[in-house]
Design a protein around this ligand. Structure first.
Ligand code: KG4
Ligand code: ZN
Length: 358
């Protein structure tokens, strides 16, 4: 490795305004010098979901403060940075543009490299904030907007094995939480409630469980929860049981589909004890972590889950991805603009919409 690198990372793709300073030393150790995340959760709570215009306005109001705070906490000043990395997609364009443009402006004024980062690559490499990653590895990326199995061949090279054909897993958690009146953000609230219920009380569907390889589908499950919720009483216990049964069904689906993804990985990657990473906001769910960890033991994979604080959106993973891409000469095109859709594997088939054959 040539020299140590310190990057400022900026993340504004959805409802977190985040900035972080990360250093990778010349021997490959990663130090998170600061990691500031300003959540807009209170602003969107009363609407039960993220309102894009409100989110964008809030990013504009907070981004300077968050960046200054990240620099101050790092103990460095702007001139000591080696580069700036900001999320350029996928996400809400009105939100992405805020962090992306300010990142570009800082880099240009410092005459330092600017890297446009794919948010999904940030999640993919997030366990690297505290561990050395061994490539290739198998990745399950589960967030509010995506649910995918990918082979991470190396930094910048991904092969998609499967994806959701309808809702993302985080979306399914959030919508189910809304149906059950559990408030926003849905995922963490649902997990808390589910732990108090009987997971075997309701039998819920496991869509496309016996077909379509490791592709996923959650829309039918969410609709079944909606139908069931209209049948049960308003008693707290019934809602807990339905939440627990939903979470159990999700775990069953992920177990079965991950097993398929693992066997597909083994077909092309000849590597002993490969790593299995689960990343993205939903990877914070402890039941999912525990059940997939057990599967790893059976299937001879090494489970590697990012620390819970790095599962949700943060800028440390964006700064780290910037450093890794810079080291691998994957600098970004200055012409790049914010993109709402940006698949990690450009060759992967688009799996949504009418006419889809599974
Ligand atoms: O990665 P993330 O912070 O943002 C996106 O890139 O989308 O993921 C947010 C998603 C939300 O849908 C949220 O409800 C879900 O992650 N989530 C959880 C948990 N914590 C966050 N879902 C289930 N269980 C959790 N403990
Ligand atoms: Zn995310």
């Amino acid at each position: 490795m040539i020299k140590s690198l310190t990057f400022l990372g900026i993340e504004t793709s959805c409802d977190e305004t985040a900035a972080s300073v990360v250093k990778e030393t010349s021997d490959g150790n990663v130090q998170i010098l600061s990691n500031i995340v300003s959540s807009q959760f209170e602003k969107h709570k009363k609407y039960g979901g993220v309102v894009p215009e409100l989110a964008a306005r809030s990013h504009i109001e907070n981004i300077d403060i968050v960046i200054k705070e990240a620099i101050k906490k790092s103990g460095l000043n702007f001139t000591e940075l080696d580069g700036v990395a900001a999320t350029a997609g996928p996400g809400l364009i009105v939100c992405l543009t805020v962090g992306f443009n300010i990142g570009k402006a800082i880099a240009y004024s410092l005459k330092k490299p600017f890297l446009a980062i794919n948010h999904l690559e940030g999640h993919a490499l997030s366990p690297g904030l505290e561990n050395k990653l061994k490539y290739p590895f198998l990745l399950l990326l589960i967030s509010g907007g995506h649910s995918q199995y990918l082979i991470v061949k190396k930094v910048g090279k991904y092969k998609q094995l499967g994806t959701t054909i309808d809702d993302a897993l985080g979306e399914a958690f959030d919508k189910t939480a809304k149906i059950l009146d559990l408030g926003y953000p849905g995922g963490p609230n649902l997990e808390k409630i589910a732990n108090k219920g009987d997971p075997l009380k309701f039998k819920l569907p496991e869509p496309i469980i016996n077909r379509a390889g490791c592709n996923l589908s959650f829309a039918g499950l969410k609709s079944a929860v909606l139908r069931q919720s209209k049948k049960i009483s308003k008693k707290r216990k019934d809602r807990y049981d339905l939440a627990a049964s939903f979470q159990k069904t999700i775990n069953n689906i992920l177990l079965k589909k991950t097993k398929i993804a693992m066997s597909e990985f083994k077909k092309t990657e000849n590597i002993k004890n490969p790593t299995f990473v689960v990343a993205g906001g939903v990877a914070a769910n402890k039941t999912i972590r525990t059940s997939l960890e057990k599967l790893c033991i059976k299937e001879n994979f090494n489970p590697l889950f990012p620390n819970i604080k790095y599962c949700g959106d943060n800028a440390a993973m964006i700064a780290l991805t910037g450093i890794k891409r810079f080291r691998n000469n994957l600098g970004s095109d200055v012409q790049i603009t914010a993109k709402s859709r940006w698949p990690l594997d450009p060759g992967a088939p688009f799996m949504k919409g009418p006419g889809l054959k599974l």
